[in-house]
Design a protein around this ligand. Sequence first.
Ligand code: AMP
Ligand code: FE
Ligand code: FE
Ligand code: ZN
Length: 281
Amino acid sequence: MPELKIDPHTHSVVSDGTDSPAELVAQAAAAGLDVVGLTDHDAEAGWEEAAAAARRHHITLLPGAELSCRVKGVTAHLLSYLHEPAYGPLVAEHRRVREAREERARTMVSKLAANYPITWEAVLEHTGADATVGRPHIADTLVALGVVQDRSEAFTKLLHPSGPYYVRHYAPDAARMVELVREAGGVPVLAHPAAVKRQRIVDDNAIGRLAEAGLAGLEVYHRDNPPAQRQRLLGLAQRFGLLATGSSDYHGQGKPNRLGENLCPQAAYEAIVEQGELRPL
Ligand code: AMP
Ligand code: FE
Ligand code: FE
Ligand code: ZN
């Protein structure tokens, strides 16, 4: 049997992707995937629509979310798979992060408004109803205003953490989040742990501590992890007994990432399904 084609990390309009959950699943089927994971930032609101589309297109949906966290001040993203979305403490943490993200986005927009004709109302026009708001929505607004060509240019020129318009937002400690995901029956995997171009990355000791807290895996095969870093991550996975996953981190038209450009080894996917409270849909 050939390996199943599994792409377990993508985004819809429920966060900063540009496809609806149903469109995303249709694209995944068209790309020949057997399994697609929907992992919107700090949200599960797309699961139901994606699951219905997955049934129509005869592919499997791996329900998940990508949770905003910090490791000693360094931003980290934690994928959670197959958790109970109604688990109270997780719902409360989502609410807190999403409110902090909105507050932060408003502050960034008011800073930008000193030099560019951007308003919060305009940003809302580029943000899905009840979506988890992020810098990509500000980027899309700047593109529509003609300030920049695309999201990538918006990030390098205006929205980068080292730039004058960047503002941080509250995010919970990653080890605490790993524990919370496990309490919710979920399977925690550290997303793109070596995205060196984006920001500072989490060091080996910190990954060891996350493993002790219950981390299940590292997302090794991801375009933002350079080749030498992938070797380092594979070494860490071996040392700490973690799964090695991979994904496209597809965001629709918002980023160059294409569905299926990196895949998750089937054995790692099966281990996630084994450990998760919910079943794939
Ligand atoms: P935020 O969550 O608001 O801090 O924004 C981070 C999000 O922006 C990430 O989840 C990515 O989807 C997106 N992003 C980061 N860097 C870039 C880039 N260079 N081009 C397009 N999108 C990016
Ligand atoms: Fe994103
Ligand atoms: Fe991420
Ligand atoms: Zn992502």
